[in-house]
Design a protein around this ligand. Sequence first.
Ligand code: 13P
Length: 242
Amino acid sequence: MALQKLIVGNWKMNGSVSFVRETLSYWQTQNIFHHTVICPPFPLLPLVKEQLSSPFLSLGAQDCHHKSSGAFTGNTSANLLYEIGCQYVLTGHSERRQYHAETNELIKEKAEMALANHLIPIVCIGENLQEKEQGKTLSILNSQVAASTPSSGVDFCVAYEPVWAIGTGKTASLEDIASAHDALRQQLGENIKLLYGGSVTADNYLEIFSLNNVDGVLVGGVSLKKEDFSRMICNESAIHTQ
Ligand code: 13P
């Protein structure tokens, strides 16, 4: 059976109305092949949704609140994200963990709220440089998975993003990615999609895709470069069969 990879583009706090128009109209001219999720900033979600031109393109948000509604100024509910057409939501991105002090427990609540509202959470985990240097990567990942993924349900993804590889140009080695993903597969089972993120580019993603337990990639910077990102989402040779 052919198994398509999932490619998720996280625009972070980048993009604009004109950027959406230019990028999405460029993609309308492309033959998109991989299932691709675009995660723009909240205000751009409806505009991106309006211009999604291919059945392979889906919409994702970068975060959601852990409660269903209420007096939480500045936050966005999972239910509203679903209502405006999102299918995915990132939870626990390392930038949320770092700059918004999000804990594993909170991230788990967010992921469960996402599932309860028909969204597929992409739960992000990853060790920092110090933890890597101390040889703690696998134990950190194990405890982050145990504490921040939903207690039940199989319709979620886990993205392994080593903090030191994000936005630095230092992609984890294939050996490091393989050993992390093999351990995650053992812990989570066959049904959970496992993504790798951290300085993924149009030049290195194919070798990452070739690893056994990699079901896709989470891309930051390159998802903002329309030609480079197109090279990734349109590349038929990247298909993986099993
Ligand atoms: P970069 O691809 O820019 O390293 O960002 C990775 C990331 O944080 C995606 O969520």
